[in-house]
Write a protein that binds this ligand. Structure first.
Ligand SMILES: *[C@@H]1O[C@H](CO)[C@@H](O)[C@H](O)[C@H]1NC(C)=O
Ligand SMILES: *[C@@H]1O[C@H](CO)[C@@H](O)[C@H](O)[C@H]1NC(C)=O
Ligand SMILES: *[C@@H]1O[C@H](CO)[C@@H](O)[C@H](O)[C@H]1NC(C)=O
Ligand SMILES: *[C@@H]1O[C@H](CO)[C@@H](O)[C@H](O)[C@H]1NC(C)=O
Ligand SMILES: CC(=O)N[C@@H]1CO[C@H](CO)[C@H](O)[C@@H]1O
Ligand SMILES: CC(=O)N[C@H]1CO[C@H](CO)[C@@H](O)[C@@H]1O
Length: 681
């Protein structure tokens, strides 16, 4: 073919085998995915031999539907002519009809999908390739790159917080922390496409899509359905008949795929589901992210940074807006905060659960974890709200004929054991010290007062001192499984030189993990007289027959106590939350598998209760092994062992985890997991 007219592009080759491993993007199956600030190669195949002395080449990257040079969404890169401060394209090799070009996007490039067009010029005459859908490249955040504001200097952490598709969600109560496996599945087929769609629908300008601050905030908004038809609809009603119960999900994959297909909110989520999905979305975009569970998590509705409880004269708790959730799950995302004073980069809280609006929209964060610890609550975004979640004091009040009498001030009753999956292991890491100084330490009190001073009730800390010589504490048999008897104990200790007469009123209620009370399980009022220096207890027992049908999901229980001391008029109010433990599923099958072969895996559960489990449903999935599958079982009689078998054919090599769950009307949080090693042939 004569060299008297411009080259015509025949094919564009994305060297997935080279770029994938170098960019840690080999797991993305459908798209050509690279990370910004790092060079990647593309091969150009033309219709005739190339002569770089005469043929001028230019590669154009177009972002979005209306690319414009002045918006930074149309980039024209002359090949071999790199300019500082711009993307560059240089020739690695030219041979016959092939040219291999290395392209380096800037470290603050707009994240998302670019279309590639190739232009060739010979003696003033031009030819342009068409914009076709197969010629596109997805550019992600690059925490491996020093110049990227998401840079994270630790390979083990990058493996965990960007590349790991599996993790845990912690739940339960501060005394009994449970975990369940979660399939983040950020590389599963179809997921990156859905995440790109979320980015498109986020309303962020292309320019804002350079910033992890803007993108993570926008994703916290898109993952809940409020305001914008986002991914997940929250529901805390215990009636999920029009959707999937939040406890039934075991990963983010089905949720995102369903939203991608239907484009309307998936029913239903609660905090750990919102958090799991947000972890998936952020990891998929390349922002290091993790799910964090906070136990005894305060929900402060009036920005006072205190949580107020009111009792009526008989000791029943009255309605109040503020609440303490047994646990709450949010996310942390890793990024620098160049727009804030120095020292506030690193982990940032982002939260997709729609609790309170921020700037009129259900979104939350990024809030620097360091600012929470420091009490620097005026820094953006939403630091006052997060501060209260981990550090609010509880204040108890009693209605005395219309006048609310201050009862007690509980300083360290909120924010415990912030938990996340440990890096590189299956253990739990406690990150509480990132959020607060040691409870009761001077530094912690300084941070609380500093923070409350910026809130709506800065006068809260004009301390009230009372004569209190009787001590109370509440305990429960926190090791009990669902189906065993529950025992609650109030221990009363007289530290005075006289005897004391005490009236104690105990109520025990089932509780949602949001702190909302369910049905009452039991109630007791008892009088005790305690000699000087004496100790006595008030005990309350409930059998499974009394409580089983009243439990709500997660099997949480709250005990309230209101006690009066006759002579001194001392009043004590307190509460304790605990969770009944649940039983595990047993998963049996080979521990080694080979790609492409079929294996049988069985899941077993023996009903430990003396009642039947009705509407039992097994769910089983494993990233790379098995698409999520639901298997209705029906009724499991007392003592019966229910067993299901599933054939699995691994499609990817590596360490994989099979996750199974069982739900029924009577028992909900039954889960199990099993690790298998999949080998290539
Ligand atoms: C992006 O974040 C910056 C702070 O980093 C903020 O000032 C700006 O308003 C945000 N832009 C958008 C579009 O949200
Ligand atoms: C929660 O789900 C139930 C049943 O699916 C439905 O009746 C109820 O309206 C939902 N609540 C909210 C707040 O959407
Ligand atoms: C936290 O606060 C203290 C003083 O209260 C200050 O010295 C320190 O620099 C602050 N930390 C950051 C990261 O700003
Ligand atoms: C427990 O639940 C009942 C409703 O069944 C409610 O009347 C009672 O106030 C609750 N107990 C407490 C301590 O609030
Ligand atoms: C995540 C999830 O989908 N949970 C269950 C576990 O298995 C999948 C999920 O929905 C099954 O479809 C089940 O729904
Ligand atoms: C004066 C007296 O006996 N006080 C006792 C009251 O109870 C506490 C705790 O049991 C003792 O330490 C005190 O000595």
């Amino acid at each position: 073919m004569a060299a008297d007219r411009p080259l015509v592009l025949v094919d564009l080759l994305f060297h997935k085998d080279e770029n994938g491993p170098a960019h840690h993007t080999a797991e993305y199956l459908e798209n050509v995915v690279v990370r910004r600030g790092q060079s990647f190669s593309v091969g150009l195949l033309f219709d005739r031999d190339v002569d770089l002395e005469k043929d001028k080449l230019l590669i154009e990257f177009q972002y979005g539907n209306n690319p414009l040079p002045n918006k930074g969404t149309m980039l024209r890169l002359p090949v071999g002519d790199a300019k500082k401060g711009q993307w560059s394209a240089t020739v690695e090799k030219a041979e016959g009809r092939n040219v291999k070009v290395n392209i380096t996007p800037l470290a603050d490039a707009i994240v998302g999908r670019y279309h590639v067009v190739v232009e060739a010029e010979l003696a003033g005459e031009k030819s342009r390739s068409l914009r076709v859908n197969t010629r596109n490249v997805v550019v992600l955040f690059n925490p491996w790159c020093k110049d990227d504001l998401t840079y994270l200097d630790d390979n083990a952490k990058l493996e965990e917080y960007v590349l790991n598709e599996y993790g845990y969600q912690y739940f339960g109560s501060r005394y009994s922390i449970g975990n369940r496996g979660w399939n983040f599945g950020q590389f599963e087929p179809g997921i990156p496409e859905v995440v790109l769609l979320l980015l498109e629908k986020s309303g962020l300008s292309a320019n804002a899509r350079r910033s992890a601050v803007n993108v993570s905030r926008a994703m916290s908004k898109m993952v809940n359905s409020a305001d914008d038809n986002g991914v997940l609809m929250g529901n805390w009603s215990n009636d999920y008949s029009f959707g999937t119960p939040p406890t039934a999900w075991n990963g983010s994959v089905d949720i995102l795929l369903q939203w991608g297909t239907e484009r309307r909110p998936v029913r239903y989520g609660q905090c750990w589901v919102f958090s799991g999905v947000l972890t998936t979305v952020l990891r998929c975009l390349g922002i290091p992210a993790r799910s964090i569970t906070n136990f005894q998590s305060a929900h402060d509705t009036d920005v006072s940074m205190t949580i107020d409880y009111y009792f009526d004269r008989r000791g029943y708790r009255m309605e109040s807006e503020d609440s303490v959730w047994n646990f709450h799950v949010w996310n942390e995302a890793w990024m620098a905060r160049p727009e804030l004073p120095e020292g506030f980069g690193g982990w940032q809280v982002v939260d997709a659960t729609p609790q309170e609006t921020s700037e009129g929209i259900f979104q939350c964060g990024p809030c620097p974890v360091v600012a929470v610890k420091n009490g620097t609550v005026y820094l953006p975004y939403d630091t006052m709200f997060v501060f209260a979640e981990v550090n609010a004091d509880k204040v108890y009040w009693q209605n005395d004929y219309g006048y609310f009498e201050f009862l007690r001030h509980e300083k360290n009753s909120v924010g415990f054991h912030m938990s996340t999956k440990a890096v590189g292991t299956y253990g739990r890491e406690d990150v509480t010290e990132n959020y607060k100084h040691a409870e009761g330490s001077d530094q912690e009190r300084v941070a609380v007062r500093k923070a409350v001073g910026y809130g709506t009730t800065p006068w809260t800390y004009e301390d009230i001192i009372k004569n209190e010589d009787v001590e109370f504490s509440i305990t429960a048999n926190e090791e009990a499984y669902v189906g065993q008897d529950i025992e609650v104990t109030l221990t009363i200790k007289n530290t005075s030189a006289e005897s004391r007469h005490i009236t104690a009123h105990l109520t025990v209620n089932a509780t949602y993990y949001t702190g909302v009370l369910g049905a009452q399980l039991g109630e007791l009022e008892e009088d005790v007289t305690i000699p000087p220096g004496g100790v006595d207890t008030v005990k309350m027992r409930m059998t499974s027959k009394e409580y089983l049908d009243k439990l709500v999901e997660q099997s949480m229980i709250t005990v309230f106590v209101l006690a009066h001391v006759d002579t001194t008029k001392q009043v004590w109010a307190g509460q304790d939350d605990f969770r009944l433990l649940s039983h595990d599923l047993v998963i049996k099958g080979p521990s080694e598998m080979a790609v492409g072969n079929q294996y049988w895996v069985t899941v077993e559960f023996k009903n430990p209760l003396d009642v039947s489990l009705t509407q039992a449903v097994f769910r089983i999935e494993g990233p790379g092994l098995q698409r999520p599958k639901t298997i209705p079982y029906g009724t499991i009689m007392p003592g019966e062992t229910a067993r299901i078998a599933e054939g699995m054919t691994p499609i990817k090599a590596g360490k994989k985890t099979i996750v199974a769950s069982l739900t029924s009307v009577q028992l909900q949080q039954v889960t199990g997991e099993r690790e298998v090693t999949v080998k290539q042939f």
